[in-house]
Design a protein around this ligand. Sequence first.
Ligand code: DUC
Ligand code: ZN
Ligand code: ZN
Length: 473
Amino acid sequence: MATTLISGGTVVTATGRSAADVLVDGEKIAAVLAPGSTLLGHDLAGSVDTVLDATGKYVIPGGIDAHTHMQMPFGGTEASDTFETGTRAAAWGGTTTIVDFAIQRYGERVMDGLAAWHEKAAGQCAVDYGFHQIIGDVNDDSLKAMEALPDEGVSSYKLFMAYPGVFYSDDAQIYKAMRVGAETGLMTMMHAENGPAIDAMVADLLAQGKTDPYYHGVARAWQMEEEATHRAIMLANLTGAPLYVVHVSAKQAVEQLAAARDNGQNVFGETCPQYLYLSLEDQLGAEGFEGAKWVCSTPLRSKHEHHQDHMWQSLRTNDIQMVATDHCPFCMKGQKDMGVGDFSKIPNGIGSVEHRMDLMYQGVVDGKISLERWVEITSTTPARMFGMYGTKGVIAPGADADVVIYDPNGHTSIGVEKTHHMNMDYSAWEGYEIEGHVDTVMSRGRVVVNNNEYLGSKGHGQYVRRATSQYLV
Ligand code: DUC
Ligand code: ZN
Ligand code: ZN
């Protein structure tokens, strides 16, 4: 087994930072040592196969993006990143594990959906991957199948309160699924927006001739998110299901989660970089059809209502526990442009899997979060939340050697022609300048990115069988 010493860096974990060398043996971290340690009297650096110099840099556990949709069929098309291109872009950005969503569509069986997603991903991925299970048709058969998900290494499932006629579950279905989820030890993930009311408002806006991308944000008002979040919390309270609300964007939804947590309920919230940096006015309201680039759901919120500042604050105070991307990219040409003249036909989603670690590191530079919190919300909490901790999410002996060397003195310019490796014809983050740089990325002991060179390969990434969430009580 090849050995590597990552020497001279500052190891940063969710709980602190220290000068330390990291010894990697094969696919695993073998030791975290005082700088310059010796092995049986020998200089360690002289005894290993490879030395990676991390002097002046941070050594962190690889990022975990717990919310992606590679090649997801959606909105009359399919997300433009495949498992191959999307995980390669993830690697470029210091993300060494993704958790994607296997889909059971209406009329299909759950395990057939899961098998189909295994088929799409197997042999394609550059970094490791796991699956959550979308239950798009809650019925007796799918409720039974949910009980078997832990045996498949799937410890979480997702329901939608939005998208009637596609993935939508009504309250009775949510209640039934949550009961099974609670008994089975699954984390219930929820897309919390009031879909039927949104669809009625979309029809009203279109009838008034309001067809621009901006109106996507108007129709999916914060009230729609707050109401659904509250309803999900109440149903979780009733059934005893632990609840994880995905892509939280409205400060009122955060307040619902915070109140429930203060009340002792086991609920959690995830946000995404777009809800921290971007807004209804500046992006969705861009000239002409440009706003389509940022059509995603939940939508970008008004900067005048200060949702973005509140979201950063919620990350600091742990009212929101982690950051994923909801990576669901579509190209402008041939995909987003299906919605010219009708915003409701624009495929929902933006791509960020490559930039999450950088965008959140900029939050450290800007004084919004601490260095340790950066690691916690991008790697350690996702690992704990979704049953991977110990193997992933930490720099410690026995963990997978998923390691990123991050240079705080480096620089990253984001743009479709610059650092972009996602399969998209635009960047939602065009022009963003990051005061830091992903220098080296190791995935299970193999260097997959080094000094702006890709060294990984399709098929290196393995399926991660996930255990029960550490946040279940
Ligand atoms: N929201 C998106 O923007 N895209 C995929 C699905 C979702 O809920
Ligand atoms: Zn969603
Ligand atoms: Zn999603």
